[in-house]
Ligand binder design. Structure first.
Ligand code: SF4
Length: 382
């Protein structure tokens, strides 16, 4: 296909595709899907080989948020039965982080619900970062604390943070339909603050919120312009009790096209499959490793992922390797600038033995609220 040859050539040269080319990737047929994956896979391997970077989420503060992001189980008024707790102490966070590192994670992502941190919160997180870094040599730490005020990014950097995450989530045109308590411009401002402080910027999107192909292309093009080092691609987990709880509109094939489009537009950037991997890619997860070079190990902020061991097995079975702390994630030109069981017959899936699930049916059975790890007395999944 001419389109794919063109996109591979451009990806290897880090040349921006046209909007029409990006839209055409999203419009490809299922018959062409493996060709799309193979083409984007060439770009992925050129810049990242067969390495998969593992990241581990630690939810420092869960729920109780005053903001109204429609997709979020921690939002104001959320009826989702998630864990709710206030700030983990540095030692508690460090213990959770250590479990992820022992499971193979190279980066720990410290996340807290809320509009943004107070200066006292920054002190608290700074102490947590120092504790984690002392106890886990070589680990990368990314903070994700919401909108930053002047000077906060610098203070996090001084405490040893390597990166800061703040997602754009969706296009500028539709942002107001998703959230009313802050703006798209606020989000862009925080990503720029992180950049300016010398932190590696991490910013991504959420697909599956009812957006159009044009919206997806808009947000990915905006991300390319912002130039983050990593782009997490989330697939909406439609939590019961949130405004988007009925938005089941992704298929595994669509997820692959979205990841491929992201790879073509951001060829040399760490593209991470983030929340919703198991729920929406399901048995096609291994194919997505040909597109993304990074995943989260184990559980998400408020929902459970597949067993950490299953993540590692999937990577090995698909012919990829977990990236070690002695390997540099980003290509040289970027790195120099910064830094099972339980299923089967009789399980709660509800289907009869041997029945084939309808790919277009909402898979609410795959959404499990996190009840283990950070904020609980139970062992984490890593
Ligand atoms: S995404 Fe962040 S700011 Fe928005 S409701 Fe959830 S925790 Fe609050």
């Amino acid at each position: 296909m001419d389109l794919l040859n063109t996109l591979v050539d451009k990806g290897l040269r880090r040349e921006l595709p046209t909007r029409d080319e990006a839209l055409a990737v999203l419009a490809t047929s299922d018959d062409d899907l493996l060709d799309v994956v193979a083409a984007a896979g060439k770009v992925r391997r050129h810049w990242f080989g067969r390495r998969v970077k593992l990241n581990y989420l630690v939810n420092l503060k869960s729920g109780l948020c005053p903001e109204d992001c429609s997709y979020c189980s921690q939002r104001l008024g959320s009826q989702a039965g998630i864990l709710k707790y206030t700030w983990l102490k540095p030692d508690q966070a460090s213990e959770a982080a250590a479990a992820g590192v022992a499971g193979g994670a190279k980066r720990v992502c410290l996340v807290a619900s809320g509009r943004g941190p107070t200066d006292r919160d920054v002190d608290r997180v700074s102490e947590t970062i120092r504790t984690i870094k002392e106890k886990n040599e070589g680990v990368e730490v990314c903070a994700c604390l919401g909108l930053l005020s002047d000077g906060q990014a610098e203070r996090l950097r001084e405490a040893g943070a390597d990166a800061y995450n703040h997602n754009l989530n969706t296009s500028e045109a539709t942002y107001g339909e998703i959230t009313t308590t802050h703006t798209y411009a606020d989000r862009v401002d925080t990503v720029n603050k992180a950049h300016a402080a010398g932190l590696s910027a991490c910013s991504g999107l959420i697909a599956g919120m009812g957006e159009t192909d044009e919206d997806l292309v808009d947000v990915v093009f905006s991300l390319r312009e912002l130039d983050p080092d990593s782009v997490p691609v989330n697939f909406l987990i439609p939590f019961e009790g949130t405004p988007l709880g009925k938005e089941w509109n992704l298929t595994p094939q669509r997820c692959l096209r979205i990841l491929a489009m992201t790879r073509f537009v951001c060829p040399d950037v760490e593209v991470r499959i983030a929340g919703g991997r198991e729920v929406h890619l399901r048995t096609l997860q291994p194919l997505a490793l040909h597109l993304a070079n990074s995943i989260f190990l184990g559980d998400y902020l408020t929902s459970e992922g597949q067993a950490g061991k299953a993540d590692l097995e999937m990577i090995a079975d698909a012919g990829f390797e977990v990236e070690g702390t002695d390997q540099v994630t980003l290509p040289e030109h970027r790195a120099s600038g910064g830094c099972g069981s339980g299923g089967g017959c009789g399980s709660d899936g509800g289907g009869a033995c041997g029945s084939v699930p309808d790919v277009n049916e909402p898979r609410t059975d795959l959404v499990a609220v996190r009840r283990r790890g950070a904020g609980t007395d139970l062992a984490p999944n890593a």
